[in-house]
Write a protein that binds this ligand. Sequence first.
Ligand code: SF4
Ligand code: SF4
Length: 443
Amino acid sequence: MQTSFTLAQLADPHVADSEKILRACVHCGFCTATCPTYVLDGNELDSPRGRIYLIKEMLENDRPASADVTLHIDRCLSCLACMTTCPSGVHYMHLVDHARAHVEQTFRRPFADRFLRGVLAWLMPYPPRFRLALNAARFGKPFAPLLDAFGFTRLAAMLRLAPWQGPRRPLAPQIFPAQGPARKGRVALLAGCVNDVLAPQINAATIRVLNRLGIEVIVAAGAGCCGSLVHHMGREDEALAQARANIDAWAALPALDAIVINTSGCGTTVKDYGFMLRTDPIYAERAGKVARLARDISEYLVSLPLEADANVPALVVAYHAACSLQHGQRVLRQPKELLGKLGFQVRDVPDGHLCCGSAGTYNILQADIAERLRKRKVGTIEGLRPDVIAAGNIGCMTQITAGTKLPAVHTVELIDWATGGPCPPALRDHQRRLAKQPLAAAG
Ligand code: SF4
Ligand code: SF4
């Protein structure tokens, strides 16, 4: 694609990087076929190619974002399916991240939108605040249909996504020692923010599996949210501050073999720290080092000698490939390989390249599109008639379980169970519910 940025514009490294990305696009439109928002409505402006044009026009002309451009950028899930499909290697992620920051700096959103975004950015990255909010949401949950009826769809979506059970206390910084006579490795675990409050069993399973394999696990003091929640809202300063805090926290640890991440949305962001902080003279080098150490838990485990415990049933597992894992990190094979090796019958979800609609805060901010994507995803998963759904991202688990009675667990919970850990709580509760149902109702 031809561009016409001035030399003065290209002096800004963010514009210069975006210009390179824009020039790589050859308008072929292959990406449209795999873009969830285009697949739903067929609107070119809600396709990657359409968004690329809008971003080009906006940046090239140094224009503040208009309401129309903001709408189409906001509707993008950042699922990155377009990057997997693109034959020209267009780095859409960096382009849309730049565009989101530009929108945030130049467009004044309506008050309700600003307020909701502000609340989400204030709450979600901070486990103690998020925990309090979830406790309150349990009481509001029954009123979600009423709020929907009065047009408060985003508030209703928030309540629907909140779990019925009370949130847990976040994991305190500490060292989890390796089991066995000799330590075989040492990793830092990104305990995360939302993940740790909504589903602490995921971190617990991760730590058990690693410790059992002789790996010491450190949850570093000072590490917190990876920054992706606010990064995807275009709140760049906040995202970079959160990234720097994590880099400082991990830099203070003894030598690490890896930084293990079990929430794939966070993994994609941490692996991008080197780019995000490329213009920061103090942090750029350390950010690159952290990005190179980051591993999804399945990537880290795949080379270790896992052995199955014979007592675990060979359940049929519908493996939902989170977008951030399959498109953002290109981790496709490892989770399925691990589950298969441990005796589970793994089935791929048809149209698995399409997002479930979770996408960070997307299922709150774009509740209607997210709901349509959820229905589509749940339909394809239920068609497989699995015993359980496995995914590598808490966002997808929360999004999918809001639309199905099937239990959804993190891949590492199944790995832990199969190698001597407890049965994942969601699966145990589901089996208990099934046992209580009369036979006719259980189908
Ligand atoms: S990131 Fe996803 S939603 Fe956004 S343009 Fe690419 S494919 Fe479409
Ligand atoms: S597939 Fe790649 S090169 Fe083709 S239009 Fe989409 S982004 Fe541009």
